[in-house]
Design a protein around this ligand. Structure first.
Ligand code: GRF
Length: 216
């Protein structure tokens, strides 16, 4: 019931919900953090599909537990990386995806994929980029002897972990840290900043100018 004087206009603030597609290959703890942020109303968006190149990815189970559609697409069925990516894009288009979230997706996207979703693909990396790009970033950091590491959410461009940076979170590397112990602490930070970055995107607050991302 509303208490409006007759003739008064009722203006309901309308939230624009974005459609999110998530690509995964493994355990899916970042996916879980994103699902929970959405369920808590912290992201103005909906995960329309979770796609994996790995049929056994635990991330697929997590999605199913939350009634999110999942798809396994077998890359062995495709001769070229681009053909595989085209199959994924077909699914993403069908779902009218506005943002592609890479959450532990272990394949490098083809330039075709990146062009198709230009400035609409984000990734999280477990180091302070541009340091320690590529695999085993936490191990690289421990081995190098840095005192500070962390995680980075960035837009995806045609390089490896090289796109414009959205958010970063730093933490101290302890003298007795191993790759595993550091990875565990970084992961907790990932679970904070990835949903935050997605929220900023969903609110249209990210503006890319060259290498820089401005938060409006
Ligand atoms: C995370 O460490 C992320 O930074 C990296 O891959 C890992 C994925 O973990 N890109 P999870 O599958 O989200 O648990």
């Amino acid at each position: 019931m509303t208490n409006l004087v007759p003739g008064t206009k009722l203006v309901i603030e309308e939230k624009v919900m974005i459609n999110i597609g998530v690509l995964v290959s493994g355990r899916g703890t970042n996916l879980q953090a994103i699902i929970e942020a959405i369920e808590e109303g912290k992201i103005e968006g909906e995960i329309k599909v979770v796609i994996s190149d790995n049929p056994d990815a635990y991330a697929l189970k997590r999605a199913k537990q939350h009634n999110i559609e999942t798809q396994y697409i077998n890359f062995k069925k495709f001769k070229k990386r681009e053909d595989y990516d085209k199959e994924i894009i077909k699914s993403l288009k069908e779902k009218k995806i506005d943002l592609v979230v890479l959450a532990g997706y272990m394949r490098i996207l083809s330039p075709y994929f990146i062009r198709t979703y230009k400035n609409k693909i984000i990734n999280i990396h477990p180091a302070l980029l541009p340091s320690f790009s590529g695999l085993h970033a936490q191990g690289q950091a421990v081995k190098y002897g840095v005192k500070v590491s962390g995680c980075t959410v960035h837009f995806v461009d045609e390089g490896v972990d090289s796109g414009p940076i959205v958010l970063q979170r730093a933490l101290e590397v302890k003298d007795d840290d191993t790759e595993e112990s550091l990875a565990e602490r970084i992961l907790k930070e990932e679970h904070q900043i990835y949903p935050q970055a997605i929220q900023l995107f969903s609110q249209g607050r990210l503006m890319i100018k060259g290498r820089k991302v401005f938060i409006k």
